[in-house]
Design a protein. Structure first.
Length: 205
């Protein structure tokens, strides 16, 4: 059974950047429903024992079109939100560290440039979707954006996301209304780069 990541903070622990009602609604309702629907679809498709990354990378092996679509949408929703919620904290670890910092400087020049690129991708995503920082086994980095609940895994890029920026309106609308740019700017204040570094090391392992 697929399970929601446990929050590393109270539902009001990310205020003022993300308000308590948004966390309760986003995590407690939207993410919970993706998780339930994923488990239902995975059981019907006989893939409930798969690792979520393996499942998203092998959706073409599911012959039933309706189940394949349900797994793509709900599996993506489950995976994407697990990553999103697990890299946020109020610990103020707001600068890249370790091997990831070295690679960011090498690939993008500096963190400020990476931040600009991720922000542009997040703001440029038409409608619902995500912006990503991803890595591959060799430790290379990639920034990208995906619509709906797709991600670099389901898109077959060979990269694994290590940081997710959710730009579905339910991620920010209760507090920021239509001001997506304000939400994205504030989100960078609660991204915990120590946790993103841990994701980077896991992908390379």
């Amino acid at each position: 059974m697929f399970e929601q990541v446990k929050l590393g903070y109270a539902t009001n622990g990310l205020e003022p950047q993300i308000d308590q009602l948004t966390i309760e609604t986003h995590y407690g309702k939207h993410h919970a429903l993706y998780t339930k629907n994923l488990n239902d679809a995975a059981e019907k498709a006989g893939v409930a024992d798969k690792d979520i990354e393996d499942l998203l990378a092998s959706l073409d092996s599911v012959s039933d079109e309706a189940l394949r679509k349900a797994l793509r949408n709900n599996g993506g929703g489950f995976y994407n939100h697990n990553l999103y919620f697990s890299t946020l904290s109020a610990e103020k670890n707001t600068e890249p560290v370790g091997d990831l910092k070295v690679k960011i400087d090498e690939k993008f020049g500096d963190y400020a440039t990476l931040k600009e690129k991720l922000t542009a991708l997040a703001l440029g995503q038409f409608g619902s979707g995500w912006a990503w920082l991803s890595a591959n086994k060799a430790g290379d980095l990639m920034v990208s954006a995906s619509p709906n609940q797709d991600n670099p895994i389901s898109e077959g890029t060979g990269y694994i996301p290590i940081l997710a920026i959710d730009v579905w309106e339910h991620a920010y609308y209760l507090n920021y209304k239509n001001l997506r740019a304000d939400y994205v700017a504030k989100l960078f204040e609660i991204i915990d780069w120590k946790l993103v570094e841990a994701n980077y090391q896991r992908v390379k392992a």
